[in-house]
Write a protein that binds this ligand. Structure first.
Ligand code: NAD
Length: 297
């Protein structure tokens, strides 16, 4: 029997609706909407698309979206000055500086300048540290947080399960591993130097692929009944000439014959990322206003 398809689109829509309700409570109780400031430097078309979707989702959830578009030749000092202004602005609860930044800027320095309590991407070292020590004040990167949400909805209690995370980036792999450890999984982090990756993957009750290599994980790498979360988004040539299509890091058609449940690409992890950005913004707003974190997010 083929695996259950984990519907990230539906899960994200439900979460966004919930955030919308809670955002209107927030506005009513504080007299102002929760606010997300986005910053884009330059005119990278993919980044422009991401920012547009993030802004539209923010507005749809009843939160304030304020955008700062800076030209590609903006100096790092000017960007840092803007970040400082946003840090000090009481109407701004979340700050998102879209990456990648132009080559003349040091992303680490820019991220380090963001107030950790407004760092809704969860990339600041303070938030990485909070996550590592299990501090609930952590703002956690949106994509792994979305994966965890899907896993808990699918499996309930995760404790004692063996999770293999393929990929060790600061944005996905490492925070994913920390989150799973926080849920008392036995966690293995695999990466480009891992030996005999297929055998390791076959031991996983939970397999998270965050690599960026189209369909690298084959069906025979999957333990029968495992839950597979495919973070990869890879554009490959389509069937018709000149057309392209998106595939994940997992060979879906093979893996769904073996897995117990699996996320498709598109429609799996992808939609959860923006939903979690809204969630993080609302959580940051509550904390900054001295309100208890909203339940059920
Ligand atoms: P990255 O390039 O920063 O990291 C990739 C990781 O994969 C590295 O840690 C590397 O060690 C590992 N790796 C590379 N080749 C490998 C191999 N042959 N075997 C085992 N491990 C290998 O990428 P990232 O930012 O973590 O993103 C990973 C994928 O997730 C990409 O496809 C990206 O597009 C996608 N992504 C999706 C979302 C989303 O919203 N769904 C968000 C972020 C990233």
């Amino acid at each position: 029997m083929p695996a259950r398809r984990i519907d990230g689109k539906a899960a994200a829509a439900a979460l966004r609706e919930r955030v919308g309700h809670l955002a209107s409570f927030f506005s009513a109780s504080t007299g102002r909407p929760a606010g997300l400031a986005t910053v884009l430097v330059g005119e990278d078309p993919a980044s422009e698309v991401y920012i547009r979707s993030k802004r539209a989702a923010t507005a749809e959830a009843g939160m304030e979206s304020v955008h700062h578009a800076l030209s590609a030749d903006t100096s790092e000092a000017e960007l840092l000055a803007l970040v400082e202004r946003l840090n000090a602005d009481p109407a701004v609860d979340g700050i998102l500086v879209q990456l990648p930044l132009p080559g003349h800027m040091d992303s680490a320095r820019v991220i380090a300048a963001i107030d950790p309590d407004k760092d809704v991407d969860g990339f600041h070292v303070v938030n990485a540290g909070r996550l590592a020590v299990g501090d609930p004040a952590a703002l956690v990167p949106c994509t792994p947080l979305g994966c965890l949400h899907l896993l808990k909805a699918e499996l309930g209690d995760l404790s004692g399960r063996h999770a293999v995370v393929i990929g060790r980036s600061n944005i996905v792999g490492k925070p994913m591993a920390m989150l799973l450890l926080g849920e008392s999984c036995t966690v293995t982090i695999a990466h480009s130097r891992t030996r005999d990756l297929p055998a390791l993957c076959r031991e996983a009750d939970i397999l998270v692929a965050a690599v960026g290599r189209p369909e690298m994980v084959r069906g025979e790498w999957v333990k029968p009944g495992a839950t597979v979360i495919d973070v990869g988004i890879n554009r490959v040539p389509g069937v018709e000439p000149g057309k392209s299509r998106l595939v994940g890091d997992v060979a879906f058609a093979e893996a769904e014959q073996v897995a117990g449940a699996i996320t498709p690409v598109p429609g799996g992890v992808g939609p959860m990322t923006i939903a979690m950005l809204l969630r993080n913004t609302l959580v940051a707003a509550h904390r900054r206003a001295g309100l208890a974190a909203p339940e059920g997010l």
